[in-house]
Write a protein that binds this ligand. Structure first.
Ligand SMILES: NC(=O)c1ccc[n+]([C@@H]2O[C@H](COP(=O)([O-])OP(=O)(O)OC[C@H]3O[C@@H](n4cnc5c(N)ncnc54)[C@H](O)[C@@H]3O)[C@@H](O)[C@H]2O)c1
Length: 257
């Protein structure tokens, strides 16, 4: 058995949204380390450029493309430019997502904010899947990875927009597996609390202490913990895995309340 081929991404092209920081950045570096040509896309172009420089310094191949996932014309351009540069698309990590960090009480937020969260977390993912699918089909190898969250199954106060948008991602992923199979696999990852800039804005020592009480592996996650799951879904080792949601959470549950 040629075990190294199971994780080999040489010659494959991966797009990662929000690749300039956090989980997206770790995913870009992981995919590049296993041979993929990585398109680091982010609406902060300088952050994406820096990630590309790091990958190239480590001997990998990468390109930065400026893209705000909430803008349809930017998604279309992302796919067009990727095809122009690498002639194919095989892996998509739909990573961008966010909410109002536990401040989503219906007594505080407006309908427009709720809509914005769904635009960023759900509509953009669905649309980018639609745009890359014909290219993946043509290439003969396609794997899509959607970034969900433990919030998709947890219940907590003041997080109804983010949590329901992430639950939508789970169900969308399971249903799209039928639409895109057998040529394209599509799975989702539900991270627990991962030490990124997004988490740092809401994490206090007290909250962290409470989270660890419910975490068998007794630490919060690092972006590389999620990048490992991204690699698994991207690579041939998961060739018969589609429509699944993998929770990567130290074996436990971490909530902000
Ligand atoms: N960090 C956690 O604890 C955690 C937990 C569960 C789920 N997640 C999910 O993981 C994903 C990544 O989170 P993170 O913590 O790494 O975030 P982060 O804030 O550390 O990084 C997000 C990246 O996305 C970029 N970005 C933001 N909005 C964008 C847009 N509209 N278009 C293009 N780029 C944009 C940012 O510039 C940044 O580079 C999100 O979907 C998030 O919901 C994170």
């Amino acid at each position: 058995m040629n075990t190294s081929a199971l994780f080999d991404l040489t010659g494959k092209t991966a797009i990662v949204t929000g690749g300039g920081n956090g989980i997206g950045k770790a995913s870009c570096k992981m995919l590049a380390a296993f041979g993929a040509n990585v398109v680091v896309s982010d609406y902060k172009k300088e952050a994406a450029d820096e990630v590309v420089q790091e990958i190239i310094k480590d001997g990998g191949k990468a390109t930065a493309i400026d893209c705000d996932v909430t803008k349809d014309e930017a998604l279309v351009r992302l796919v067009d430019e990727t095809i122009k540069t690498y002639r194919q698309i095989n892996i998509l990590v739909n990573n961008v997502g966010g909410g109002a960090a536990g401040r989503e009480s219906p007594f505080q937020i407006e309908v427009a904010q709720f809509e914005k969260i769904f635009e960023m977390n759900v509509f953009s993912m669905w649309r980018l899947c639609q745009l890359v699918a014909p290219h993946m089909k043509k290439s003969g190898y396609g794997s899509i990875i959607n970034m969900s969250s433990m919030a998709s199954i947890n219940t907590s106060p003041a997080i109804s927009a983010y949590a329901s948008s992430k639950a939508a991602i789970n169900h969308m992923t399971k249903n799209l597996a039928f639409d895109y199979g057998p040529d394209i696999r599509i799975n989702a990852i539900g991270p627990g609390a991962i030490r990124t800039q997004a988490l740092q804005t809401v994490l206090t020592p007290e909250i962290e202490k409470r989270m660890l009480v419910h975490t068998p592996l007794a630490r919060l996650g690092q972006p590389d913990d999620i990048a490992g799951a991204v690699l698994y879904f991207a690579a041939p080792i998961s060739a018969w895995v589609s429509g699944q949601i993998l929770f990567v959470n130290g074996g436990g549950v971490q909530t902000l309340d």
